[in-house]
Structure formats: C-alpha cells, structure tokens
Design a protein around this ligand. Structure first.
Ligand code: SAM
Length: 322
C-alpha cells in the first residue's frame, strides 16, 4: 500500500473511542463527555479490517489509541482478536495509564505487546492541573505494573508546555533512567483546546534540550527505523543513562517518512493526524466485510494523504488518536 508520494503505509493507528478519563489541557475539550458512541466499530469489524490490511496491504504494526482505549469495555476482546492475526509484528497501545495498575497483566495475557503511557509531570499538583485528574500515584503504579507484566519496551510521552512543565524535564529523565524506560518529549501541535494559543505555549525541542543541560553530560544519537522520534542515549551526572526522544512535528516534521494510516472508532479514515477525514469505511464493514468497497475507500483516502501535514489541525486528538 503506497500513497501518491510513494510512501509505504504499514502502520495503523486505531482510535477505539473518543472517551477518556482525563481532561488534558492541550488535548481534550471539556465539552466532549460522551462515554459511548453509537455505531462505533465492533471488535469483529475491527478484526476484519485489520486482517484484510495485513493480508492484502502489508500492514505490520497496529497501535490502539483514543481517547483512551481502556475506556472501551470490550478492549480485552479487541486485543485478543488482533493478537491472533499472523503478520502483525507490533501490537501496541497508547494510554493515560490509569488502568494499568489493575489491568496490565490482563492486557499482556490477551496478547498486547507493549504500551506507551502519557506522563506530563512528576509533581502531583502540576500533573493534576495538566490532566484534570489527581492521579499521579496511580499512573506511576501503572507504569511499574506494565513493566512487571512485560508490556515492554514501555515508553513515556510528555507534551511540553511553556509556563507549565518545562522545568520538570530533568526529574522526568531521572525517573525514566531509574525505571529503565524511554521517555519522549512532544512538541505541542496546534490542535485541540490550545490551538489558538499555540504560539504562547509551544516549546521547540531545542529549548527542551537546553532544559536538560543541567543533568546531561553526554548525548549519543540512537538511530531509529521508521519511528518519528529523534532518540538519544543521555549520560546523566552520576553515571546513569537515560534513553530520551524528541517528537518534533512542528520544528522538524517527519512527514517524508510517514507510514501511518488512522481509522477512528466511527470508521473515519484520516491519512494524516492534522488533516480532515478522507472517507469512512463503515459501509464496507457493515453488515459484512466487502473487500472491494473497502479497497476503493482506502485507496481514495490514501491518495489524499498530504505530502506534509497542514499547519493547523482540524480536529482534536481524542477523536483521531495521537
Ligand atoms: N489517552 C491516551 C494517552 O493519554 O496517551 C492516548 C491518546 S492521546 C490523544 C495520545 C497522545 O497525544 C498523548 O501522548 C498526548 O499527550 C498527545 N497529544 C494530545 N494532544 C496533543 C497536542 N495538541 N499536541 C501534541 N501532542 C498531543
């Protein structure tokens, strides 16, 4: 499966729901409150789509996202169905981490490979202010449970905001080093509730790097395959090492290597996180899977994939899945 720029599309990001238990300041509009969406894709429909993409179009990687995938009561069934598909080399999930302390083992037993967990601060007050939930301890316990359950490599995601958590980066890197997990610092994208104030709140990766100068004595580039992060092995004062990444959609976009396709829980197809939906596959999966119609819809969507992401996103991440 190749787009008009001849980029191979091998990676599906599947947003399972718009619902999320958190209210992150940069992500979720407070008005979006529904916890169930009528008409969303069922586990069986999701399995048909992914089986077809793997068998016919060379898909190798699936990430479950949202909203928060854990807000779906049928998440375990979805994981089990996808884990049975031969040809998926990487089945991952991005989550806020709230359910991991109690469910990490269940997710691993169902066949999930690994998790990325959002962690914006180690300061309980700032964590609560940024996420809308006073639950830092629960998320940290969840990260430990994910490591224990073998959902590895666990990666942490931190969206960095001016006047908020830039000063927390050294502590976050120290924590990641102690836990042996990778942490990735993400540039704010101009979508969602902070889109209008993006210029005031955006921190480029160069400033994040400066903020780490007080704890870092050495930076070694770690070559990446198709990953969107610039990854470094950081030598910290005192001799510990941390693996850190910068995800730089704004200062240095990685569109030329983009291999992603996004399908949301209502069947919308987004060839790009910041673009509008380019079709909906619901008619191709309901009442039964129609491969010809699916391929026509998919091809239209993929050919509309922009060479570079638009300047401002039209939607919020909870709809499309970051
Ligand atoms: N609920 C899950 C979570 O908390 O990670 C998965 C969905 S969340 C939308 C996926 C990722 O998008 C998170 O790492 C989040 O921090 C990031 N994100 C959301 N809004 C963003 C924005 N405006 N700019 C950059 N990253 C954003």
């Amino acid at each position: 499966m190749r787009d008009a720029q001849d980029r191979p599309i091998r990676y599906l990001r599947l947003s399972l729901t718009e619902a999320c238990q958190m209210r992150c300041v940069y992500c979720r509009p407070a008005l979006l409150t529904q916890s169930s969406q009528p008409g969303r894709l069922t586990p069986n429909e999701i399995e048909s789509v992914v089986r077809h993409l793997v068998a016919e179009h060379g898909l190798t990687k699936v990430r479950l996202t949202g909203g928060d995938p854990t807000a779906r009561p049928d998440l375990i069934e979805i994981i089990e169905r996808l884990a049975r598909i031969d040809g998926i080399r990487d089945l991952a999930m991005t989550t806020n981490g709230l359910s991991l302390a109690s469910r990490a083992k269940d997710y691993a037993d169902a066949g999930l490979g690994r998790v990325n967990v959002s962690l914006d601060s180690l300061d309980p007050k700032r964590f609560a202010k940024m996420t809308g939930v006073d639950a830092l301890g629960r998320v940290l316990a969840g990260i430990d449970a994910a490591i224990e359950a073998g959902l590895t490599p666990v990666k942490l995601n931190t969206v960095v905001l001016h006047n908020e958590n830039l000063a927390d980066l050294p502590a976050l890197v120290g924590y990641a080093a102690r836990r042996g997990v990778e942490i990735r610092f993400i540039e704010l994208m101009p979508m969602g509730p902070l889109a209008d104030r993006w210029a005031e709140r955006y921190v480029p990766a160069s400033r994040m790097r400066n903020a780490l100068a007080q704890v870092a004595v050495g930076w070694q580039t770690v070559p990446q395959g198709s990953d969107s992060a610039q990854v470094y092995d950081l030598e910290l004062r005192g001799g510990r090492h941390a693996r850190i990444g910068f995800i730089t959609p704004m200062s240095c976009n990685f569109c030329s290597a983009c291999n992603r396709l996004r399908i949301t829980s209502d069947g919308s197809v987004y060839p790009c996180l910041m673009d509008q939906p380019r079709g909906n596959i619901t008619d191709a999966v309901r009442p039964g899977f129609d491969a010809d119609l699916f391929d026509r819809l998919l091809s239209n969507a993929i050919q509309a994939k922009a060479p570079e992401h638009p300047v401002t996103g039209v939607a919020v991440m909870t709809q499309i899945g970051g």
